[in-house]
Design a protein around this ligand. Structure first.
Ligand code: ZN
Length: 235
């Protein structure tokens, strides 16, 4: 082993430690600089430029992150107020369902909202009216059409305690409702995703936005209690 080979850069790096050349050195004073000093000055300016760029980039990233955080907070506030609004109208649908329970009908209730106003209410009256057609949704749609003087319910949102059956889902699509907000799902007959999803069939000329699970527990417990009471009464 040759001793000289052990530190090959030391002889090259030492002359580069030339002082005092800084990035702030005015051009006028650079006239007398040696080639090495000039190269060192250029190098230090490159480093300073890169550092400045890096600082700018970091600041931009910080601003971007702060903006995104603000947007997330605003979105969360919007979602919160939307949720509160949905719950408020679903409570009205639950009140309709209680009217059905009071006359020993399966407790399903519905309201239709337009421009922040309830324009129609309905509850299940199938036995009372002795009619297959007397579901909460159809009863409310009938009233809404009468109120608006139009079969089209564009701009309207329906709140219903139970996922609509095929007949009501069909009527909802036909009436061109904008949105249906559902309390609890109906795995045995629901047509907003459980058995079928008639709300968003791309081949139909109208699709209905669906929102699920609003006051779900209250809506489903109301049904469970009704059927439990029915079984007790039969014994
Ligand atoms: Zn129905």
């Amino acid at each position: 082993m040759n001793n000289q080979n052990q530190n090959p850069v030391s002889s090259v790096t030492e002359p580069a430690q030339i002082q005092p050349v800084t990035e702030d050195t005015p051009l006028s004073e650079q006239q007398n600089l040696t080639a090495e000093e000039l190269s060192s000055l250029k190098q230090s300016r490159r480093i300073a430029d890169q550092a400045a760029k890096q600082r700018k980039w970091e600041k931009r990233q910080q601003r971007k992150k702060a903006q995104e955080a603000e947007e997330r907070i605003a979105d969360a506030r919007d979602a919160e107020s939307r949720q509160a609004m949905h719950e408020q109208y679903m409570s009205e649908a639950i009140a309709e369902a209680r009217k059905a329970a009071a006359i020993r009908e399966v407790p399903i209730g519905c309201v239709i909202v337009r421009d922040g106003k309830i324009i129609a209410r309905g509850y299940n009256r199938r036995n009372t009216d002795a009619s297959t057609l007397s579901h909460a949704e159809l009863n409310a749609i009938r009233i809404a059409c009468r109120t608006l003087g139009d079969w089209r319910l564009e701009g309207c949102t329906m709140y219903v305690t139970l996922e609509p059956c095929p007949m009501c889902a069909g009527a909802i699509v036909q009436s061109r409702l904008d949105e249906v907000v559902i309390g609890c799902m109906n795995p045995k007959a629901g047509c907003a995703g459980s058995v079928l999803n008639l709300m968003q069939v791309p081949q139909f000329n109208h699709q209905v936005k669906t929102t699920k699970g609003i006051l779900e527990t209250e809506c489903s417990e109301m049904l469970t209690r009704f059927f439990a009471d029915l079984r007790t009464a039969k014994r």
